[in-house]
Design a protein around this ligand. Structure first.
Ligand SMILES: [Zn+2]
Length: 81
């Protein structure tokens, strides 16, 4: 007896895509894609977007901004005297 459901194969890895797979996509490749996206986002959250300490120094007349301590999605932290 043959099955009515046509099994399709993943174009990426060649695995059989199960009939009930979400978005009719290969589950293995979806997981790989999700892992890659989260890694890419994590590596992008570097202090690249932080304002240089020398510029922040001009905003606060009473403070001496020494250097950038850290930066993330919520903002940046500087050492000040
Ligand atoms: Zn695949």
């Amino acid at each position: 007896m043959t099955s009515d459901v046509a099994l399709s194969r993943c174009m990426e890895c060649g695995n059989i895509i199960p009939p009930g797979a979400p978005f009719a996509q290969c589950p293995i490749c979806l997981v790989k894609l999700a892992l890659n996206v989260s890694r890419t986002r994590a590596s992008r959250s570097s202090p690249v977007n932080a304002v240089p300490a020398s510029e922040v120094n001009t905003w606060f007349a009473d403070l001496d901004i020494d250097h950038l301590i850290g930066a993330g999605g919520m903002g940046a932290v500087y050492l000040a005297h």
